[in-house]
Design a binder for this molecule. Sequence first.
Ligand SMILES: Nc1nc2c(ncn2[C@@H]2O[C@H](COP(=O)(O)OP(=O)(O)O)[C@@H](O)[C@H]2O)c(=O)[nH]1
Ligand SMILES: [Mg+2]
Length: 226
Amino acid sequence: MTYAYLFKYIIIGDTGVGKSCLLLQFTDKRFQPVHDLTIGVEFGARMVNIDGKQIKLQIWDTAGQESFRSITRSYYRGAAGALLVYDITRRETFNHLTSWLEDARQHSSSNMVIMLIGNKSDLESRRDVKREEGEAFAREHGLIFMETSAKTACNVEEAFINTAKEIYRKIQQGLFDVHNEAGDRTRNLMVPSRIHLHCATTRTPILDFLMQVHRNLSSFSIFSQV
Ligand SMILES: Nc1nc2c(ncn2[C@@H]2O[C@H](COP(=O)(O)OP(=O)(O)O)[C@@H](O)[C@H]2O)c(=O)[nH]1
Ligand SMILES: [Mg+2]
């Protein structure tokens, strides 16, 4: 299936907050009740439709990478969106948000859309972080915010799609210049699937590079649901 854009997402946050479960719920519509680091897929992909456009979300899960922060630089590269996740039943995961945010801001493009997610909203009786606190943190740091449950699937679809809508809005506002940004490997935010539409006649070095990047990214999408 063809698509107009490919958005790379990353999912970050403390271990055990539900990052792998959110990804699995979004791509496979199922829940994994056992916390098993080895089961988490490295990444998944799914098509969404925004404003009549097919957009492929390629989502990278940070399984095990909490203890390998030094490799995150390459991991953040090219990400158009990030889901920053904490667990509403464990305050320490909320307290660590600032440090995750610093990492994200340091290694990614300043235009990257960050969605703050308070996960495990189904565990209301064990809640340790108020919704208002999540909202306030998001407001203070310019993030979008949602509470989700990877278990019941509540708001999971919305979290991924609202992030895509925000990225798409930025593209339309011209905040992401696809051609310029894609020419710079470290700032490449999205790869148009139909590059030839953007190139009238001549092949330029940038175009060749774009096509190369696109081929590389596409080859990763082995979990594609489309
Ligand atoms: N009740 C509940 N449990 C969840 C939810 N999301 C994840 N979990 C559980 O939390 C644990 C950690 O989830 P996992 O996705 O592996 O966390 P990760 O380390 O951030 O990838 C697992 O036992 C999951 O079953 C949720 O929304 N609700
Ligand atoms: Mg995981």
